[in-house]
Design a protein around this ligand. Structure first.
Ligand SMILES: [Zn+2]
Length: 456
C-alpha cells in the first residue's frame, strides 16, 4: 500500500461542501486520508509521493455508496425458481425470498458476499449497507460476511435482519447477532448496525429493543418501510395506526434511522419523517422489479429528508441504479426537469454517507478518507466540461471504472483486483451457489457445472 499517493491530471467531481468541479486537478493522499485537492501542479509540489496515478482523460469522483442492499440477493440471479407466480409484494417475499433465506448457511453468506462485493467494487462502489437474513444459521453469520468483504477490500455496514415472522425468539436472536457483531473488535472495513425486517414482521417490543440498541451503541437502525401496501394494512388492523405513526410511537424514527423504500407514504407521514430527521433509502430498480409502485421522491426531498440510493440486492452496478432513479421519477411525474443529475449523484455519494452517519466519506475533500474512483470510458464522445454530473448519469457504466481506491489503498488497478484472485474466487462462488440451488430443489444446477467445465 502506498503511504503517499497522488492522483493527477483529471477532472475531479468533489461533492464537497461547495460542490466544486475541478479541471486538470489532482488529489494528494497520505496514510489513507486526503491531504490536498487542487490544480494538479500545486498538489504535487513538495509532496514526495510513493506512487502517482496519471488520470489524464479521467473523471475522479468519490466512491459510490449503496445505501441499501442484500448481498445474498445475487444468488437469485439466473436461478430458475419454480414457484407459483406471485401476484403481489407479500407473495414475492413468501414464495421467493423467505424460502431462499431458510436454506442459507454461513458458507452461502460468505460466497454471496464475495460475489456481490467483487461486482460492487468493479463497478465503482466503495461502501454499502447490507442486511442479511438466514433464520436457520443466525449466530456468527456476520463474521462470514465481514471476512468476505475484508478479503475484497471494500467497506460495508453489515447487519442481520431481525424478524419475528416465525416466532419471537428468532427476532431476539437476530437482534443479538447485530449486537454481538457491533461489540466485536477488529472488524477491518466492516461496521455494524441494527436491522429490523419490516413493521409487519416485528412486534413493538422488538422495535423498542432495536431502537434501544441503536441508541446505546450509536449505530444506524434500518428497517423496510411501506415497500408494498401490506405494512399499512397490518398496522391499521393490528395497532389501529399507520406505519410511520407506529414507528414514531415506538421511538424508532431519528437521525440514526434509515427507512428503506417508503413507496406508500402519505403527506402526513412524510412530514413526520422530516421532523424526526430520519433518512430514506430509495431503491427504484427493485421497486420496478417487484412492481410495488413509485416512491414519492419529490415530496420526500422537498421536505428536506436525506435520501440515499440503494439496490435492494438487485442490480449491483450503481451507475444503472442512478440512471433508473433519474429516469423513473421524470417519467412518473411527467417532469423532464426533476431530478437533476446532480441530485442523483448526491444520493449515491454524500447523502448515502450522511444516512449512515459516515462523515469521513462521500466526498473528495481535505481531511476525508480517500475513497475514490477513477473513471475512463473506453471512448470519450464529448468533453466532460459541460456537465460532469450529466455525463456521469447519462453516459457512464460500471465497466468504465478503471481504478478504485479505498482508504488510500488501490484495490482495483486498471480493472484488476489487487487483493483477491478473481478466477479462483469465481470457482469457489459457483460451487457454493450450485450447492445452494440444489438445496432449493428446483434449479438447473447442471448449467453451472457445464459453465465450470467449459472454463477450466
Ligand atoms: Zn431490502
Amino acid at each position: 500500500m502506498s503511504k503517499k499517493l497522488v492522483v493527477r491530471n483529471c477532472t475531479v467531481l468533489t461533492l464537497d461542501e461547495r460542490r466544486r468541479i475541478m479541471q486538470d486537478a489532482g488529489i494528494a493522499v497520505e496514510d489513507g486520508k486526503i491531504v490536498k485537492v487542487g490544480p494538479a501542479d500545486t498538489v504535487s509540489r513538495g509532496f514526495a509521493a510513493d506512487e502517482v496515478i496519471n488520470a489524464k482523460g479521467c473523471i475522479v469522483m468519490p466512491g459510490l455508496i449503496c445505501a441499501h442492499t442484500h448481498l445474498y440477493g445475487i444468488a437469485l440471479r439466473g436461478s430458475a425458481l419454480i414457484v407459483k407466480p406471485p401476484s403481489d409484494f407479500l407473495q414475492i417475499l413468501q414464495r421467493i425470498w423467505w424460502p431462499l433465506d431458510e436454506k442459507l448457511t454461513n458458507e452461502d453468506a460468505y460466497a454471496t458476499t464475495l460475489a456481490a462485493c467483487i461486482e460492487l467494487l468493479m463497478s465503482g462502489t466503495t461502501c454499502f449497507a447490507d442486511t442479511y437474513s438466514a433464520p436457520n444459521e443466525i449466530s456468527g453469520s456476520l463474521d462470514y460476511i465481514a471476512r468476505a468483504l475484508n478479503q475484497v477490500g471494500i467497506r460495508g455496514i453489515i447487519s442481520f435482519e431481525a424478524t419475528e415472522r416465525r416466532n419471537a425468539s428468532e427476532g431476539k436472536r437476530g437482534l443479538n447477532e447485530n449486537i454481538r457483531f457491533i461489540k466485536k473488535r477488529n472488524k477491518g472495513k466492516a461496521m455494524g448496525m441494527i436491522s429490523l425486517h419490516a413493521s409487519f414482521t416485528v412486534s413493538d417490543n422488538l422495535i423498542l429493543q432495536g431502537t434501544e440498541a441503536s441508541t446505546k451503541y450509536r449505530v444506524p437502525l434500518t428497517i423496510h418501510v411501506s415497500e408494498g401496501p401490506n405494512d399499512l394494512y397490518h398496522n391499521i388492523e393490528r395497532y389501529g395506526k399507520g406505519t410511520i405513526e407506529r414507528l414514531n410511537d415506538t421511538g424508532a424514527l431519528s437521525s440514526r434511522a434509515v427507512l428503506a423504500h417508503c413507496v406508500h407514504l402519505n403527506h402526513k407521514e412524510i412530514e413526520v419523517i422530516s421532523k424526526t430527521s430520519a433518512n430514506v433509502a430509495h431503491n427504484p430498480m427493485s421497486n420496478m422489479l417487484n412492481a410495488v409502485g413509485v416512491t414519492p421522491l419529490r415530496d420526500i426531498v422537498a421536505q428536506g429528508i436525506n435520501v440515499g440510493l440503494g439496490n435492494d440486492g438487485y442490480i449491483f452496478d450503481m451507475f444503472e441504479n442512478m440512471r433508473t432513479a433519474f429516469l423513473l421519477q421524470r417519467l412518473a411525474r411527467k417532469d423532464p426537469n426533476w431530478p437533476s443529475p446532480q441530485e442523483v449523484v448526491e444520493m449515491s455519494t454524500i447523502n448515502a454517507a450522511k444516512a449512515y452517519g459516515l462523515s469521513s466519506i462521500g466526498s473528495i475533500a481535505k481531511g476525508k478518507r480517500a475513497d475514490m474512483i477513477v473513471i475512463r470510458p473506453s471512448f470519450i464522445a464529448t468533453p466532460y466540461s459541460g456537465s460532469v454530473y450529466g455525463y456521469v448519469v447519462n453516459g457512464l457504466k460500471g465497466l468504465d471504472v478503471r481504478d478504485v481506491i479505498i482508504d488510500g489503498e488501490i484495490v482495483m488497478r486498471e480493472r484488476t483486483l489487487a487483493k483477491i484472485d478473481i478466477e479462483d474466487t469465481e470457482k469457489k462462488v459457483l460451487k457454493s451457489i450450485n450447492r445452494l440451488w440444489r438445496r432449493l430443489g428446483s434449479s438447473p444446477h447442471e448449467a453451472v457445472e457445464a459453465l465450470q467445465e467449459n472454463k477450466h
